[in-house]
Write a protein that binds this ligand. Structure first.
Ligand code: ADP
Ligand code: ZN
Length: 745
């Protein structure tokens, strides 16, 4: 038997080896092996079975070891790695490495413990003799004899103050049996607070949920690839639908991947899932997967899945690579979340990779959101995906009413800028009196250097690209970061002539101070980047809020994702505009999503919710459509815009970033390259740029960028690779390609 092996760690090619007879039974595609390379043994992945062409077979070296008796990558994961390498322009060995945890690649040992139990009972006379001649052995025997289960050796010996020699003597005589057992380290094992277990009950489905569950159950009966988009308004009970689909897949004997954005992966999510699936699979068999696990936890989780002992994994982005066997279903919750995009090589999108993996595994993919990405929505309306809708909240609860506050009027009324409008202050005081809770969101996605007129709300944007111009302090210009167009920063508003130009930015601390002034007695808590860093503080604050020990929670919108607090009846969005004026063609989509999602946190209990949105642009489309909770209307308008400016989803974008220490040189080569690439592509690919990046310089490195607009990514990536190889780049210019970028700055 001969195999082609991908060595990990820096060799981007396939090497062939012969498999010794004794190992042949354990080797298959995806097996992790050790092979000799340059006199050392290296870890590698079996990528194909078969002899090499044009190579003398007798010269092939032998595979030295098979690391695990099962494949480290399922066949579809290997295929997926190849697809990712081609699509995201990333080296294959790096992609494969990203799929296999470090601990596995290093060959870290599984944790084991020794157990003792009684193998043969002693007659009373023998016991008496033992007690006289060897009291330690007698103590040990006396302890173990009545036990039903084998006991951990180390613990027992320590507790009884018995030496290892005594245990050994009894094992030799055949009185005790010693065995070795694998110990599993379990991520989020501590999860499962009492109040969460209530949520583990199976809920009686309402008619809309039932229809969705039935449609999904029909899938489970006939295997094969298919994608469903579950578009359900906030509080419509999407989670229950996911859980039913997961149960059905497990009952059919399939494996399941459940992806959530990193911020939503709380111990509560895990506890709920485990409790619900406990009837089907022992609780710990639901493996948790995210970037903060210890190496041991990750290794054990990986092992449980790869060996087929566990069949469900719940996790953030990278869980899409978990070695789930016989994969039948991938659920992607909050599929619109930009957090699914990885911002380092390989720059993959977790949702898109999930769809591709499902396709390769002939599995089903279920995408869910209250505000689907326009990419997924277009796929669903064009019939490539199936669309299922939950248009109403459960139990006939109302979507909250959204009130828009025009901050331009507010400013004149309050004679100066205040973070809190009169309406919001009144509403907060009202809730506080009624002992109901409030969440205030500060929009931090924003970019602080766009220009806003305080009088008319005008934001200067590029005539060619329909995105906001960015203020560059260095030379006092406004520039477009897509096409490079620029003009001097105006001293007066170009629309109304007023001199009241404002550069944006409002922190959580400032808002907290403002709230303290109007509600000195309320208990406040702040959740932002500082508190997010400390893991326990974050959990404690959310726990206190749930138990009603906090009246008003102030934070960035990121923390609000998916939170379900029944006593919250008021949500305030302090500054709706920030995300609208980032220089990004997705600015409107993000703003709409943000508004709908934060509004969705209000009124999830028995009482109706109210949302107050503060803005300088009350007429802006995302604000008006979100007020009506009109997703379809927003999508129709926004898609028309995207088509007009030929942005995704009508085409794909590839972002090309060039970095270097010398600005003139970087500009020169960026321009030369742009000419070369435009000439080579002709009209097949639209090249925009080069232009300096929004952040022109990071750590003394200058940044320029280009954009390629295309319908066919893989083809263009291949051509770009050839063109780049043939271009005379100076050594000090570093480049990255980002396919389907989530942020275009
Ligand atoms: P979504 O993810 O769609 O915003 P959730 O799945 O978080 O909504 O559900 C919102 C709330 O409704 C949760 O508290 C959930 O327990 C509850 N819920 C879901 N389905 C039902 C149902 N069929 N009957 C009663 N309550 C339900
Ligand atoms: Zn432009």
């Amino acid at each position: 038997m001969y195999v082609g092996v991908h060595p990990l760690a820096g060799f981007d090619k396939l090497l062939h080896y012969r498999v010794p007879e004794a190992l042949a039974a354990e080797v298959e595609v995806g097996s992790l092996v050790r092979v000799p390379i340059l006199r050392t043994l290296r870890l590698g992945l079996v990528a194909e079975i078969g002899a090499p062409k044009n190579f003398p077979l007798e010269k092939l070296k032998l595979v030295a070891q098979v690391v695990y008796p099962f494949p480290a990558l399922t066949p579809e994961l290997l295929e997926l790695a190849r697809w990712m390498a081609a699509y995201y322009a990333a080296p294959l060995d790096g992609v494969i490495e990203g799929m296999i945890p470090v601990a596995v690649r290093r060959g870290m040992a599984l944790k084991q413990e020794k157990l003792l139990s009684v193998a043969a009972r002693l007659a009373p006379a023998e016991r008496a003799l033992l007690a006289k001649k060897a009291p330690q052995q007698a103590r040990l025997y006396a302890f173990l004899e009545p036990q039903f289960k084998p006991q951990p050796k180390g613990l027992v010996l320590a507790r009884l103050a018995v030496g290892p020699a005594a245990a050994m003597a009894l094992v030799r005589r055949g009185v005790l049996r010693e065995e070795t057992r694998r110990v599993e380290r379990i991520g989020f094992a501590e999860a499962g607070a009492e109040d969460e277990l209530v949520a583990a009950q199976r809920l009686a489905l309402n008619a809309e949920q039932q229809a969705a569950v039935d449609a999904l159950a029909a899938d489970a009966a006939k295997p094969g690839f298919g994608v469903t988009l579950l578009h359900g308004v906030t509080g419509s009970g999407k989670t229950e639908v996911y859980l039913r689909a997961i149960e059905a897949a497990l009952q059919a004997g399939d494996g399941v991947i459940y992806l959530v954005p990193e911020v939503a992966l709380t111990p509560q999510t895990v506890a709920r899932l485990r409790a619900r699936l406990a009837a089907l699979t022992p609780a710990h068999r639901c493996v948790v997967w995210h970037s903060h696990l210890s190496e041991g936890e990750r290794l054990d989780g990986w092992f449980a899945l790869a060996s087929g002992e566990a069949r469900v994994v719940v996790g953030a982005r990278s869980a899409v690579f978990a070695p789930v066997q016989k994969l039948g279903l991938i659920v992607v919750d909050e599929e619109h979340e930009p957090a699914y995009k990885q911002d380092e090589t390989p720059r993959y999108h977790g949702r898109d990779v999930a769809v591709m993996r499902a396709k390769l595994a002939q599995a089903r993919c279920l995408l869910g959101s209250a505000t689907p990405s326009l990419e997924s929505y277009v796929n669903a309306t064009s019939g490539r995906y199936r669309l299922l809708s939950l248009p109403n909240r459960v139990d006939g609860r109302q979507l909250p009413t959204i009130e828009i506050v025009d901050m331009r009027i507010e400013i004149t009324r309050q004679r100066g800028f205040s973070a809190l409008s009169r309406l919001l202050v009144d509403a907060m005081q009202d809730r506080h009196a009624k002992r109901e809770q409030t969440i205030l969101f500060i929009n931090r996605r924003g970019y602080s250097s766009s220009m806003l007129c305080k009088s008319c709300g005008h934001v200067e944007s590029c005539t060619h690209c329909s995105i906001a111009m960015t203020y560059h302090r260095m030379d006092e210009t406004l520039r477009c970061h897509l096409c490079g167009d620029q003009h001097p920063a105006p001293a007066r508003c170009p629309a109304c002539g007023a001199p009241d130009i404002r550069w944006r930015g409002l922190g959580t601390q400032r808002v907290e101070e403002a709230v303290r002034r109007v509600l000195p007695r309320a208990k406040l808590a702040r959740l932002d980047a500082d508190t997010m860093g400390r893991k326990n503080t974050f959990r404690e604050i959310l726990g206190d809020f749930r138990r009603g020990r906090i009246d008003i929670l102030i934070g960035t919108q990121m923390i609000g994702k998916g939170l379900d607090f029944p006593n919250v009846t008021l949500v305030g969005l302090i500054d709706a505009d920030l995300s609208m004026h980032v220089p990004d063609f997705r600015a409107n989509e993000r703003t709409f999503q943000l508004l709908v999602q934060v509004a969705g946190r209000a009124g999830r209990g028995d009482r109706a919710g109210e949302v107050v949105v503060q803005t300088f642009n009350p007429q802006a489309a995302p604000i008006q459509f979100s007020r009506q909770a009109d997703y379809a209307g927003f999508a129709a308008m926004e898609l028309e815009q995207r088509r007009a400016f030929r942005y995704p989803p009508s085409r794909h974008i590839i972002h090309h970033l060039l970095r270097g220490p010398n600005p003139e040189k970087l500009k020169f080569f960026s321009e030369q390259w742009a000419k070369a690439v435009a000439a080579a592509f002709g009209s097949r690919v639209e090249v925009r740029g080069p232009a300096p990046s929004a952040i022109e310089k990071i750590k003394d490195e200058y940044r320029w960028q280009l954009w390629y607009f295309t319908a066919s990514v893989t083809k263009v990536i291949g051509e770009l690779a050839r063109l780049r190889a043939g271009f005379a780049w100076p050594d000090d210019i570093v480049q990255t390609l980002d396919v389907d970028p989530m942020s275009i700055m």
